[in-house]
Design a protein around this ligand. Structure first.
Ligand code: SF4
Ligand code: SF4
Length: 379
């Protein structure tokens, strides 16, 4: 039975990786890992199936509870920014599973990357549990536990490792692979070679973007994506010119199709880069106007309202904030990715943008957003 279950899990995991834009939801509820007692820690997760499975593997060896709350089947970082993962959903699962009766303490360890979407005060009001933020990456959970449930600077930083980038590239390739293969079924057989060429170009495009983005010359990842696109366009044009030197109208159309599809795919990859939280965020209009996809939230400043409560230092995934002699300082050499976790968690509304620029338009999780915008515009 367990062999069958493992085989099913394996197939579902492959499906999650290949079609990550159409994620599978894990059931919500309370899971036990090992043999938890009433003193055992309670970790919280969203219900993106792939993450829950990886988190269970990372927690193996720790006797604990894992509370899975609804995040619309997507990862907590993305879900938190658009209100799909929040304090109400966590409180609902706490109350529905009767967690109060299972543990003596009243503490939940939340994923750090949910900080942009979870209001800790409301969470406590709705279910009686206080939330603390754990490490950014669940692979650091064991070190976090071994260090007395304390996340150091390294654990708070978001890393976009080679393996993570490969996983993303693989998932995105599948998005284009399936329609192109469908095209292969529709077109006459003699176009098989062209279809394979198109697929190869797409793979180079997508893997090039994700694997090389730090190595390419432009500062902003979205511009690097266009650079790779330009190389691919050049390759397609050279190939087409050699192959279709004396073009018939049909072949000329094919030539145009190649160029247009490569451009569209490349543009889509570039746009995805704008929204990819490990990079920076901006609006498409801003990027196209300036060729700069730096966070619109930079440069940020602290107002007099700051009470040095340290909350921002615990949730910023880029470690922009630190404390020196009782005061909070911002490291302007580090790039903000506009997750707005600091704004969401600051109890004094002390973090504002110096230029009064708009936030990226998909941030929905900040309460009193109009008030903050006004504060920014007045600053
Ligand atoms: S969270 Fe707000 S009040 Fe607390 S240290 Fe940061 S800026 Fe200051
Ligand atoms: S400074 Fe930027 S990266 Fe850090 S928490 Fe705030 S918005 Fe996110």
């Amino acid at each position: 039975m367990s062999i069958l279950k493992n085989a099913v899990d394996f197939i579902i995991n492959c499906r999650c990786v290949l079609l990550r834009y159409n994620p599978i939801r894990h059931e919500c509820g309370l899971l036990t890992i090992g043999n938890p007692s009433p003193d055992s820690p309670v970790f919280v997760s969203g219900n993106y199936f792939h993450s829950v499975k990886r988190l269970i593997a990372a927690l193996r060896g720790i006797n604990c509870y894992l509370l899975v709350a609804d995040s619309a089947g997507i990862n907590v970082w993305c879900a938190s920014g658009v209100c799909d993962f929040n304090e109400h959903k966590i409180a609902d699962v706490v109350n529905a599973t009767g967690l109060h009766a299972k543990v003596y303490h009243r503490k939940l360890i939340l994923p750090q990357l949910s900080a942009a979407g979870v209001n800790l005060k409301t969470l406590e009001k709705e279910c009686g549990f206080t939330g603390v933020f754990g490490p950014a990456d669940f692979n650091d959970i064991k070190s976090y536990v071994n260090k007395g449930y304390c996340a150091d600077e390294d654990m708070r930083a978001v890393r976009f490792s080679f393996a993570d980038r490969f996983y993303n590239a693989f998932g995105m390739s599948a998005v284009f692979f399936l329609p192109v293969m469908a095209l292969k079924l529709i077109l006459p057989k003699k176009y098989g070679r062209e279809i394979h060429f198109l697929l190869l170009m797409n793979f180079i495009n997508i893997f090039g973007n994700f694997m090389l983005y730090e190595k390419l010359p432009f500062k902003y990842p979205a511009n690097n994506s266009l650079l790779i696109g330009a190389f691919i366009q050049a390759a397609i044009i050279s190939y087409s010119l050699v192959k279709y030197f004396f073009m018939t109208p049909l072949k000329f159309t094919l030539f145009l199709f190649y160029g247009a599809s490569a451009f569209i795919i490349n543009f889509l990859v570039s746009i995805d880069m704008l929204g990819s939280t490990p990079f920076y965020k901006t609006t498409i209009a801003h990027w196209l106007k300036t060729f700069n996809n730096k966070s619109l939230f930079q440069p940020l400043i602290l107002t007099e309202a700051c009470t040095s409560c340290l909350r921002c230092t615990q949730v910023c995934p880029k470690n922009l904030f630190s404390e020196t002699n009782g005061r909070i300082v911002i490291d302007y050499r580090r790039e903000c990715c506009e997750c707005l976790a600091c704004v969401k968690q600051c109890p004094s509304r002390a973090i504002v943008n110096k230029n009064g620029a708009l936030f990226k338009d998909d941030i929905k999780s900040i309460e009193n957003i109009e008030e903050i915008m006004k504060q920014k515009n007045d600053a």
